[in-house]
Design a binder for this molecule. Structure first.
Ligand code: 5GP
Length: 267
């Protein structure tokens, strides 16, 4: 493949194929080759499912589900920035959480969060509309179910940027979830970032620093720990990490079966 956007150097490039969002979340091998869609290829990583694929005869469907990944870290570790950069890089899908906290300046309902009252949030809990929820510094935060499952089925890697209690609940329900923890290089750097952000009062910053101390033991329950010192490096590392999870044997059963079948003609 000569796809310029895939700079991960992954196996996917060497094999000459990449994940496409075919209808019904399917990839195809075609005449023993991985099939490309010229529309998708020329448009780079394109969020639209490929419509042309079904016209090709002889195509064998292969399902390819997205990976569920959770990014957590101390408040001020730069999770939000990292996630936004990942979004620019590739077509990840990021879940938008519901919360009862008030919007910060510049935050938009339905974009940063679904801002809800306590009553509304409790209704969502009662109606089982959330995959998980947690209380964090006096407010509820939760992940709406529908969007996450829809996007995974469509083949997107879905990122949840949530705190640790919620992350562990998701891992318990869905053990294949990749838990990624972002940490700043030092405690002083964390404090500096929280102060620099200018969105919290001194008292709130103290609360968040104290919470970070309590959160330390949770790091050991994460699958991957990534330092956010240089932003670009941190984003690249997480991107490579997620791409390599696609190469794990658990996620390559279709490829294993396809190659096994294909090789039989030489026996
Ligand atoms: P903030 O108020 O700074 O936007 O978020 C506070 C914390 O809540 C962050 O650690 C953030 O990752 C976490 N958070 C955001 N959305 C959710 C969610 O849906 N569920 C859980 N458990 N935590 C969340």
């Amino acid at each position: 493949s000569t796809d310029k956007k895939d700079d991960t150097g992954s196996k996917r490039q060497q094999y000459g194929y990449r994940r496409h969002l075919w209808p019904q979340n399917q990839m195809y091998s075609y005449n023993g080759q991985w099939a490309y869609c010229s529309v998708c290829t020329s448009a780079g990583y394109n969020r639209k499912p490929c419509e042309r694929k079904s016209e090709q005869r002889g195509a064998e469907p292969m399902s390819k589900k997205g990976i569920l990944a959770i990014i957590s870290g101390f408040s001020g570790a730069g999770k939000g920035t990292v996630v936004n950069r990942l979004l620019e890089k590739e077509s990840y899908a990021v879940s938008i959480s519901a919360t009862t906290r008030k919007p910060r300046t510049g935050e938009v309902d339905g974009q940063n969060y679904f801002f809800r009252t306590k009553d509304e949030f409790e209704k969502m809990i009662a109606n089982e509309q959330l995959i998980e929820y947690a209380e964090y510094v006096g407010h509820y935060y939760g992940t709406p179910k529908d969007y996450v499952f829809k996007k995974l089925d469509e083949g997107f890697d879905v990122i949840l940027e949530i705190e640790m209690q919620g992350a562990l609940k998701v891992k318990e329900k869905f053990p294949e979830t990749a838990l990624i923890f972002i940490t700043p290089p030092s405690a002083d750097e964390l404090k500096k970032r929280l102060v620099g952000r200018g969105t919290e009062t001194a008292e709130q910053i103290e609360k968040r620093m104290s919470r970070a101390v309590d959160e330390c033991p949770y790091m050991n329950q994460y699958d991957y720990i990534v330092v956010n010192d240089d932003l670009d490096e941190c984003v690249d590392e997480i991107h490579r990490l997620l791409q390599s999870i696609h190469n794990a044997k658990e996620n390559q059963q279709e490829l294993i079966n396809m190659i096994t079948e294909d090789l039989k003609k030489y026996k």
